[in-house]
Design a protein around this ligand. Structure first.
Ligand SMILES: Nc1ncnc2c1ncn2[C@@H]1O[C@H](COP(=O)(O)OP(=O)(O)OP(=O)(O)O)[C@@H](O)[C@H]1O
Ligand code: SF4
Ligand SMILES: [Mg+2]
Length: 328
């Protein structure tokens, strides 16, 4: 087991009340595995990754749980100890590359700096490695482009530079938070293909955060669906697509445009909106949007149940027996 998150709870204490952005979140990632976390905006995906990386900004705070990386609790480490792991054993690609690239530094200086902080190698070796990494992520004429400043590159190229920087120290875990959202479809596909190749080449694990189920289908082995900070469903990708259980997942899947669908029917949309975190509906968080809401759903919060390795948080499956996945 490479990463084991146990009952993570992350809160933001605001004047108007406490927002629980991530609640009762437990999952694992194995070496070489690609795990996707999917969910609408505000479901707690970025807060999860920032909690793991120890990069939460105030008033954000981990209020409970453990984040075990190779059995060591990252949450109990000092910032100094964490710094040794960040960018080295665990690295992260952020949603908007311009916010994490320094506009006044050349690309090569930023990647070399990162390499030399974490690896005992000479400046010359760091430059060679930088150019190799730029080549690996598919940047043409890498030796010349290494001298560019970030603003001289296109969005797709900058995302590749970020990826090169994240991969430069051979991380064991890469956290990629919406790595393709800002990119057009062709470049999205190239970046996903790149992550896939890097996983094969370096046997690294990837936590892939996205709101796009199409990306999940293409790239991930396993998927977690989050809603209002909680896991509502978790399964192998093929099982989730073959038999989605939670009404929220069913809604998300029905909202994906089908390329081969030539009918002019309108795309399904889950009714309503994600609730205000300071004013959650009582009972199941999804109850005010759920077509299958029952009396009990507005009173109690369902537990996450494991049905033959497919997990779901919904009363429809409360009495599910071994091998019996269909709802009552
Ligand atoms: N700085 C903050 N102050 C207060 N609350 C915050 C802050 N950052 C996040 N939150 C709370 O945490 C929730 C989850 O935020 P998060 O950024 O993890 O969402 P997300 O799933 O990454 O969404 P997106 O798809 O838009 O990136 C938000 O809805 C908000 O209630
Ligand atoms: S517990 Fe009830 S409201 Fe919640 S998703 Fe299941 S059926 Fe819908
Ligand atoms: Mg986010």
């Amino acid at each position: 087991m490479l990463l084991e998150v146990k009952k993570l709870r992350t809160e933001f204490k605001l004047k108007r009340g406490t927002v629980t952005a991530v609640d009762d979140l437990s999952f694992t990632i194995d070496k070489g595995e690609i795990l996707a976390i999917v969910g609408e905006s505000g479901s707690g995906k970025s807060v999860t990754s920032l909690s793991i990386m120890g990069l939460l900004q105030k008033p954000g705070k981990i209020a409970g749980g453990e984040i075990l990386f190779k059995s060591q609790d990252l949450n109990k480490m000092s910032q100094k100890e964490l710094q040794k792991i960040r960018g080295n054993k665990i690295s992260m690609i952020f949603q908007e590359p311009m916010t994490s690239l320094n506009p006044v530094w050349r690309i090569k200086d930023q990647i070399m700096e990162n390499i030399m902080t974490h690896m005992k190698i000479s400046k010359k070796e760091a430059l060679t490695r930088t150019i190799e990494m730029l080549e690996t992520v598919g940047i043409p004429s890498p030796a010349e482009r290494a001298n560019d400043y970030p603003h001289q590159m296109s969005g797709g190229m900058r995302q590749r530079v970020m990826t090169a920087m994240a991969l430069a120290c051979d991380p064991e875990l890469l956290i990629a938070d919406e790595p393709t959202t800002a990119l057009d479809v062709t470049i999205q596909a190239q970046i996903l293909e790149l992550l896939y190749r890097m996983r094969e080449k370096f046997h690294m694990a990837v936590l892939l955060i996205t709101h796009d189920l199409g990306v999940v289908a293409e790239a991930a082995d396993r998927v977690i669906v989050m809603y209002c900070g909680k896991i509502v469903e978790e399964a192998a990708v093929k099982d989730l697509f073959a038999q989605p259980l939670h009404p929220y997942t069913v809604g998300l899947l029905q909202s994906i445009p089908q390329i081969d669908d030539d009918s002019d029917k309108r795309l399904y949309m889950i009714k309503g909106m994600v609730p205000n975190p300071l004013n959650m509906p009582p009972g199941c968080n999804f109850s005010d949007r759920c077509d299958r809401c029952m009396d009990r759903c507005t009173k109690e919060m369902p537990e996450l149940q494991d049905i033959n390795g497919h997990k779901v948080r919904c009363f429809l499956y409360d009495k599910a027996k071994e091998g019996e996945l269909s709802a009552k």
